[in-house]
Structure formats: structure tokens, C-alpha cells
Ligand binder design. Structure first.
Ligand code: GLU
Length: 501
């Protein structure tokens, strides 16, 4: 094994689905550990189960890691001294070690047909026994094995697990874990099509790639004794093992895609910031040194140690993620936020691609109006789409103040229009404070409550009842667009039609 003070860790996904928060959580803890210790983070693609490969998932793995800033030191697209990093390109290597295991008596060829295995399983189920191979082929003498192979009989290669004794390994987070060998199945190592199973490929690669720490989810605990046996039989020193506690849903069920574990790229599409997501991920099963839970990537790297990884499951709380994302959004420099919002406006069809400088400027101006209010980037377009379109459709009833008549409302909007005209006639800038002051004076003069008055003005200007602060909105829209909207609203209220006639 290589020097454990310069750890070499790996993230070894199978491209059988799009990475979700649980997968990337494992990747991130490996990455943090490597970066903290000045070690290497290796990406290895475990694609030996070709039937289960899902189109697009490989790209989604790269994209998810890159989006979250988890660069890999060796692996696909960049190579490295221990490649290839796709298991599908390493088949002869696995074969060689399978042959070595057969030669040393630690593995054997099994010629049992699918029918026999199915019957065996059915009989075991009927007896309420756990399904496992009955080792029939273990007794076939080597010469006969060779003869049957030469005759073209299909076979798999199985691990010859000792029928007595126990296998123990030390888990970095849980201490020693012991398994009775008699309960471990004679695991298939090479399938009848010549491809290796996960177990063989994983062990061979971890060894050849000089992995020092295998840090993975705890669903792999029951596989680890098989791996330990493989290391023993191949005469290799095993790496250190640590199995991260599972993530739970709010109802304390195991978090899975089916139970709402979000895909990483969906989170990106919904407008979560990578810096918020990594901070959130880090706190699932790891505790920072102090009380402060807001930690930058650099702080996480600096503080991350395996000693502070807990042994109990942690709960994925989407509300906390929203809170944290809102926090990070509020911390962004306004221009940075504007840049990040642009693709969301484009996605919503409100800004063309490429964006004109005018529209970029508009986004920059409206950022201060929403920065405190949005939890995700995707919250912004529906809240502010009225800035980008002038064809507002009004609900006439919403243009009538509570307890007011239509005539009173019309009169108030008419006065507001006058007020705006006067405001724009002056050379003073069209700024929120000035507009607000003028409208407050007007409300006083008309002896109306600002609640109702500003409420219908908001609908007139934005088409909606919930919108960013009214006078700042007017200032960003500018005098002529604001005036135009008042005119449309007045016309709608006068005619009762949702759009001006
Ligand atoms: N290919 C396995 C997976 O999909 C890797 C498990 C491990 O880290 O050993 O998660």
C-alpha cells in the first residue's frame, strides 16, 4: 500500500443513473479528504455492468463534479499513471487475476446452468434459507474443469470463500466489523460473458491504483469481507476502509432517488448555488470545529478530517438547503448575482441568447430588488417577468382598492398618472425615494389609505399583487414604461377587459 500520509482516494461511480445528492456526498467527502491532506482524488468509472449503463449518465457525473468544483487528479478525460480509468477498458487485467486465483485454489469455475441455479434458489426459499450457491462445482477437479472449458461449456468464476472462520475488518468510523465466513456466498468474480463483477474489478483496481482509503457509503459494508478475502488471496495489503453513515429523509427513511433525493443537475437547474450546496453537503455527517456552519470551500478543506465524520445517519433537510442557498445568494456581489441569473431569464424565454447589453443592464438594476427575497435563482424570473414584457394581462378586479368603487379606483389611478407626468417633467432623477415621496403626498391629498392605493398601483405597474418594492420597481422600469402601464391599467378598468381595447 502507498503512503497513507499522502492519501489516494477514489470516487468510483457506475454510470447507471444520474448522480444524486447521496452519490455526490460520498464523492465530496473523498475530495475534501484528499484536498485537506494534499493527496489525490481519482475518478474511476465502474462500467462493468454494461446492461445497466444509462445514456447520458457519464456526462452527468462529470458535469456534477465540475459544477461543484470537485476536480479530479486522475481519471477520464485527463488520464494519469494508473489508467485506463474505465473498467470496461481493463478486462484483460481482471482476467489475469481471476486466473491467478484459480491457480492458487481461491477461485473455481462454475458450470451450473441458470435452470439449476433457479431451482436451487427456489428450494432454498421454500426452506426459508438465504439464497446462496451450494458450491457444487467447487469439487470439480482442475483437469475436468479444463476439459469442460475446452469443450466450450459456459462458466462463471467464483470466489472459494472458506466455510469456517471469520473475516474482520476495521472501519474508520465504526470500529471492527466481523463476518462469519460460512455466511458469505461464493461470489461470482467473472461472469459467463467474461466480464468481471464489481467485487473483483473494484479490488483489483483499488490495489493497482494504489488507493489508500476506501471511503464509501455503508450499503457496501456487506461487500467488504469479500473484498478483504480477495486482498488476502491475492497477497495484497488492503487499503483502509470507512463506510459513511447513510443519509435519511425527514421521515427517517433511507434517502433514495425514489424517496426524493434530488439529482445534482436538477438542483443546478433549480438555481442552487454550488457554494451553498457544498457547504450543505459537508454538514451531512461531518461536524465543523466551531459553531459556525457557514463555511467556504477553503475553510471546509482546511477543517475536514475523518475524525470528525460521525457514525450516525444524518438527515437530508431540503428546507435547510433552501435557507443556506438564500443566505449565499444574499452574500453575492450584485453583479455576480446578475450574471448567474441571466441563464435563468434566458431559460424562461424572457431574455434572448445572446443577451443584449440593455437587458443585462436591466437584470443588474433589478437585482437589488430581489436579492433579499429569493431562495433560488429560479425564483427570480416569475417574480420579475413583468420587467421584460409590456403585454401585461390584468385581472380588472385587482385594480379596485379594497372597499373602493371602480370609480374611486379609476380616479386614484388617474391622479397617479398626473403625479407621474409631473415627476417626469422635472429634471430631477426618477428615483425611488422621490417617487415615493410624491405618491405619499398624493395619498394624503386624496385622503386615501396608502395600503389600498399602493396596492392597485402595484397591480397597475406589475400586473401582479406580489412583486418587489413598488417605487424601486417604477424607478427601474423608468418613467415612460411606468406611465404606459398606468394608461393600460386605466383603460382596462374603464372597459372591464383584461387587455386594453
Ligand atoms: N461502483 C460502485 C458504486 O456505484 C462503487 C462502490 C465503491 O465505492 O466501492 O457506488
Amino acid at each position: 500500500m502507498a503512503d497513507p500520509n499522502r492519501p489516494r482516494v477514489r470516487y468510483a461511480p457506475s454510470p447507471t443513473g444520474f448522480p444524486h445528492i447521496g452519490n455526490i456526498h460520498t464523492a465530496f467527502f473523498n475530495w475534501l479528504f484528499a484536498r485537506h491532506a494534499g493527496g489525490s482524488f481519482i475518478l474511476r468509472i465502474e462500467d462493468t455492468d454494461q446492461d445497466r449503463v444509462v445514456a447520458g449518465s457519464l456526462e452527468a457525473i462529470y458535469e456534477s463534479l465540475r459544477w461543484l468544483g470537485m476536480n479530479w487528479d486522475e481519471g477520464p478525460e485527463i488520464g494519469g499513471p494508473f489508467g485506463p480509468y474505465f473498467q470496461s477498458e481493463r478486462l484483460p487485467i481482471y482476467r489475469q487475476y481471476a486466473d491467478q486465483l484459480i491457480a492458487s485454489g481461491h477461485a473455481y469455475r462454475c458450470f451450473c446452468t441458470q435452470e439449476r441455479l433457479a431451482e436451487l434458489r427456489a428450494a432454498q426459499e421454500a426452506r426459508r434459507e438465504p439464497p446462496r450457491y451450494d458450491q457444487l462445482c467447487r469439487a470439480i477437479p482442475p483437469a475436468e474443469q479444463e476439459r469442460r472449458v475446452a469443450a466450450g461449456e459456459p462458466y462463471v468464476i467464483r470466489l472459494a470463500v472458506p466455510n469456517s472462520g471469520e473475516t474482520t475488518f476495521h472501519d474508520l468510523f465504526r470500529g471492527d466489523i466481523t463476518f462469519q465466513n460460512a455466511l458469505i456466498d461464493d461470489q461470482v468474480l467473472i461472469k459467463s460473458d467474461g466480464w468481471p463483477t464489481y467485487h473483483l474489478a473494484n479490488v483489483v483496481d483499488d490495489h493497482l491504483m494504489e488507493i489508500t482509503h476506501v471511503l464509501r457509503g455503508d450499503e457496501w459494508i456487506s461487500s467488504t469481507p469479500k473484498h478483504i478475502l480477495l486482498y488476502q488471496f491475492l497477497g495484497w495489503q488492503p487499503p483502509l476502509f470507512g463506510h459513511f453513515p447513510i443519509l435519511l429523509t425527514m421521515n427517517r427513511a433511507k434517502l433514495s432517488k425514489r424517496r426524493g433525493a434530488p439529482d445534482i443537475l436538477d438542483l443546478r437547474a433549480k438555481g442552487y448555488l454550488p457554494e451553498a450546496l457544498i457547504n450543505f453537503l459537508a454538514l451531512l455527517g461531518w461536524a465543523p470545529e466551531g459553531k459556525n456552519e457557514i463555511l467556504s470551500r477553503e475553510e471546509l478543506i482546511q477543517q475536514f478530517t475523518l475524525e470528525r465524520v460521525g457514525a450516525t445517519p444524518s438527515i437530508y433537510n431540503p428546507e435547510k438547503l433552501d435557507w443556506m442557498n438564500g443566505y449565499y445568494i444574499r452574500q453575492l456581489a450584485p453583479n455576480d448575482l446578475a450574471q448567474r441569473l441571466l441563464p435563468f431569464y434566458q431559460q424562461a424565454g424572457l431574455i434572448p441568447e445572446p443577451a443584449s447589453p440593455d437587458l443585462v443592464h436591466l437584470v443588474e438594476r433589478l437585482v437589488p430588488l430581489i436579492q433579499e427575497r429569493i431562495k433560488t435563482l429560479a425564483d427570480a424570473p416569475p417574480l420579475t417577468d413583468f420587467f421584460f414584457r409590456d403585454d401585461l394581462v390584468y385581472e380588472p378586479a385587482l385594480l379596485i382598492g379594497k372597499g373602493w368603487t371602480r370609480e374611486q379606483s379609476l380616479a386614484a389611478l388617474g391622479q397617479a398618472r398626473e403625479c407621474l407626468v409631473q415627476l417626469t417633467a422635472s429634471a430631477a432623477p426618477f428615483e425611488a425615494e422621490r417617487i415615493e415621496a410624491a405618491f405619499r403626498v398624493l395619498a394624503d391629498q386624496m385622503q386615501v389609505k396608502t395600503g389600498q392605493f399602493f396596492g392597485i398601483l402595484r397591480v397597475a405597474v406589475t400586473g401582479q399583487t406580489v412583486a418587489p418594492p413598488l417605487f424601486q420597481t417604477m424607478a427601474v422600469l423608468g418613467p415612460s414604461r411606468t406611465l404606459q402601464r398606468l394608461d393600460r391599467a386605466i383603460s382596462v378598468l374603464a372597459t372591464g377587459l383584461a387587455v386594453p381595447s
